[in-house]
Design a binder for this molecule. Structure first.
Ligand code: SF4
Ligand code: SF4
Length: 445
């Protein structure tokens, strides 16, 4: 089998052995679930329940009229005890519905299988996906229903299914491909029907041969679904790189994959689509990888949305004495957390990485030595050294001219830089400043 790959990228080591062989196990449902009303890109939801209301599992408890938003649902049955706030992964304070668990696991009446799912039209599938609150579960958390309605002049030919899981340490997508390959194929077929795509291309890195075998077997009778083994290299799972690797087409600067007739969906998201369309189950749980040398018993846990992260740490035996740093997600792109307190699992939480003193290296930032390594590894063909220099000198117009907005913030440049320059953070600042300047200019018109 020929392995597909892309230009640039790095090989940080996968560090997946602590959990890749561990089947997912159901985490204890939380005594109190704190369900954020904003778990996705776009507008936050307004609560549809009040303190004192009794709610059932799968009941919609928050929604918004905005097109880029997704409703949220109760992940347990019980009583609403507070409409308050909790922390988000970005460190913001967000509104949340707090539900006290009655441990009855009473499903809401709307949650029921649809025996006629094969007769559903594309529009009906999109509507179900929206009502189920499905967002990109690879971490991006962009509302899926919005992606399923591409611009009229950009018809979708290929559904690109992301099973790369290229971030070190994380194994939640690996487990889901091993444990639910048939549901994955079903979800892929539903996504294809929703966007009227001719073909689906599933990409899985070659460090997961068992997942490649399981998904290939599940798709054996589907002539329009191909499974491709990919070279293990970071960031193989980035949408634009995967697009190029699997179709040979490059997404133009400033555009989305739909510009070249492609739609990228993560494997776990596709399974959520199957759960919603065929079984009526909204997005209320997911697999989370809790790993790293700073946790006593690394695990893959099937977790209800709204479960406090502190409870998952406890379920994994607690921190080791030398734990030093917590990251939400993988080490390349995940944000560092000040601590686990007041932070719940959301639909986009792939993992919790607990790193020890020995693993967390601190370096002094040195001047650039013009070695060019950051340029070599940049998968977006950018020049990180010049972009960073523009930011250091507050020259954001220059950063824009160097295409800062095309940076996918993969972290490859920072990872490889011998001068330990925080290139990704600086370029991220430039992107934020360029966007803010555009907003200010639009408001001034
Ligand atoms: S400039 Fe952006 S896209 Fe390029 S390597 Fe750095 S973080 Fe990745
Ligand atoms: S990798 Fe670091 S030191 Fe080398 S050119 Fe890029 S910014 Fe400069």
């Amino acid at each position: 089998m020929t392995l597909k790959t892309f230009k640039g990228g790095v090989h940080p080591g996968d560090y997946k052995s602590a959990t890749e062989g561990k089947p997912s196990v159901a985490a204890k449902p939380p005594a109190v679930a704190m369900i954020p009303l904003s778990q996705h890109s776009g507008a936050p939801c307004e609560p549809l329940v009040a303190v004192g209301d009794l709610v059932k599992k799968g009941q919609k408890i928050g929604d918004s009229d905005a097109s880029i938003s997704a409703p949220v649902h109760a992940s347990i049955s019980g009583k609403v005890i507070k409409i308050g706030t909790c922390r988000s992964s970005q460190g913001r304070t967000v509104n949340a519905v707090f539900i006290e668990n009655d441990f009855q696991e009473t499903w809401h009446e709307d949650v029921k299988p649809n025996p006629n799912w094969e007769q559903l039209s594309a529009e009906e599938i999109v509507k179900i996906v929206r009502e189920a609150g499905i967002v990109g579960m690879g971490g991006a958390a962009f509302p899926t229903h919005y992606k399923l309605v591409p611009p009229a002049d950009e018809p979708i030919k290929y559904v690109i299914v992301n099973g790369a899981e290229c971030e070190p340490y994380l194994t939640c997508d690996h487990r889901v491909m091993l444990e639910r390959p048939d549901d994955l194929v079903l979800g892929v077929k539903l996504v294809m029907k929703a966007v009227k795509a001719e073909k689906a291309l599933i990409g899985i890195e070659d460090n997961k041969p068992d997942a490649i075998a399981a998904v290939t077997k599940a798709a054996a009778n589907e002539p329009n679904i191909e499974v491709h083994a990919l070279h293990t290299k970071y960031p193989q799972g980035s949408g634009k790189q995967l697009n190029t690797v699997l179709t040979g087409m490059e997404v133009p600067s400033g555009c989305q994959s739909s510009a070249v007739g492609c739609l990228v969906q993560n494997v776990t998201t596709c399974i959520a689509v199957a759960d919603a369309v065929c079984f009526g189950v909204p997005s209320i749980e997911r697999i989370v990888t809790i790993t790293g040398s700073g946790i006593k018993e690394p695990k893959n846990l099937l977790v209800r949305v709204g479960t406090p992260i502190e409870e998952l740490i406890e379920e994994c035996g607690g921190f080791t004495d030398d734990v030093r740093k917590l990251i939400l997600g993988g080490p390349m792109m995940g944000p560092a957390l000040p601590g686990p307190e007041d932070l719940p699992v959301t639909k986009g939480t792939c993992g919790i990485l607990c790193m020890t003193e020995a693993e967390v290296k601190e370096y002094e930032i040195q001047p650039c030595i013009k070695c060019g390594k950051c340029v070599e590894v940049c998968p977006m063909n950018l020049m990180p050294l010049f972009l960073a220099s523009a930011v250091e000198h507050n020259m954001y117009d220059k950063a824009e001219a160097y295409h800062a907005v095309d940076c996918i913030e993969c972290g490859c440049c920072s990872y490889i830089c011998p001068a330990k320059r925080p290139l990704t953070q600086w370029i991220g600042m430039a992107k934020a400043e360029i966007k803010a300047a555009k907003r200010r200019a639009a408001a001034a018109k």
